[in-house]
Design a binder for this molecule. Structure first.
Ligand code: AMP
Ligand code: MG
Length: 327
């Protein structure tokens, strides 16, 4: 079986083509970026409208396939930005009708987890999902993927992007902060906010902005201190979830999982508790459509499809709204 998946929850319009034998035939993405400022939803949607046909064609060309070779169309149904989700949904429905191909809407956060099973030997991991809009610690329990901990305000990536914007850097800011942090020498104390397995970044952002505006600290030291603080928070909450569930595998996902310091801290934590730490190639950490195609395949194997009249997008869909039929 060959599935063509479409990703459009936020900045990325992606098309992935994957087989049920775990072969990725194409994983093409086109990303909306800015020089200054963050994501403007209508502009991101406009970006997707402008590139969707080219990205679909490029993916089919790379896979050396025609639409008639595709057995299943999957798409990110939620959660995400309504404006951009609609473009992916529209493209998926159109391909499904054009090619008379079954359609399946999938949950983006669960796709970040399931791609771990395609790329690694992970069987039942705790996922630290650290992306732009989402920061969740997710694991399978009692028939569903449960959120054991999450941000109480914004996502960690948005937090990094906002601080980068404050320094006059454009979107995405995470990689720029990553680079500056490597040059930092001195740790500057910042608030540290973990509540059980939940985290919060708003107060830290305000504090860090004040420190930046004071002119007393270098950008390098601030970025270094920011990373040390917020990543330690994530690792603490994740370790608590691993201890609570008794699970012995950790999987990282989301764009912020590309960060080398976060990866290092997770590896140390896992080593200390005798757990396995699985880190994916960056192309499967960031928003990508190969993971959407793969989740489409494993859900479809259990007989799930999405009728056209149920294929509207779900910007506020929660991970634990989904009935897990495939485990
Ligand atoms: P996603 O929404 O999962 O595609 O992830 C996008 C987010 O990942 C953005 O907020 C980026 O700033 C962030 N990001 C990407 N690379 C890095 C990195 N090396 N370090 C920290 N954040 C990153
Ligand atoms: Mg994501």
């Amino acid at each position: 079986m060959i599935c063509l998946g479409i990703e459009s929850t936020a900045h990325t319009f992606g098309v992935g083509i994957v087989t049920d034998k775990k072969k990725v035939l194409a994983n093409v993405r086109d990303v909306y970026t800015t020089e200054t400022g963050g994501i403007v939803p209508a502009q991101a949607a406009e970006h997707h409208v402008e590139c969707f046909d080219r990205v679909i064609r490029q993916a089919l060309d790379e896979a050396k396939l025609k639409l008639s070779d595709i057995d299943l169309i999957s798409f990110s149904q939620g959660p995400g930005i309504g404006h951009t989700l609609k473009i992916g949904g529209l493209a998926a429905r159109s391909l499904s009708v054009l090619g008379n191909i079954p359609l399946i809407g999938v949950n983006h956060c669960i796709a970040h987890l399931e791609i771990g099973g395609m790329c690694t030997k992970a069987k039942d991991p705790v996922l630290l999902y650290a992306s732009g809009a989402n920061t969740q610690i997710i694991a399978y329990d009692g028939g569903k993927y449960r959120i054991f901990g999450e941000t109480l305000d914004g996502g960690i990536g948005n937090f990094l992007d906002t601080f980068a914007r404050e320094m006059g850097l454009g979107f995405p800011g995470g990689p720029k902060i990553d680079a500056l942090a490597k040059k930092g020498k001195e740790y500057i104390e910042l608030p540290y906010v973990v509540k059980g397995m939940d985290t919060s970044f708003g107060g830290i952002l305000t504090n860090a902005k004040q420190k930046l505006q004071s002119g007393k600290y270098s950008q390098e030291d601030l970025c270094y201190s920011l990373q040390e603080t917020v990543f330690a928070m994530l690792v603490e909450a994740t370790e608590r979830a691993m201890a609570h569930t008794g699970k012995t595998e950790l999987l990282l996902g989301g764009g912020v999982a590309c960060n080398s310091r976060l990866q290092e801290m997770c590896k140390i934590m896992c080593k200390e508790r005798g757990a396995e730490c699985y880190i994916l190639e960056n192309q499967f950490n960031v928003d990508n459509a190969a993971m959407i195609a793969w989740l489409g395949i494993i859900m479809h194997k259990t007989g799930v499809t999405t009728a056209l009249e149920e294929s509207d997008v779900r910007p506020y869909e929660r991970t634990d709204d989904i009935e897990v039929t495939w485990k």
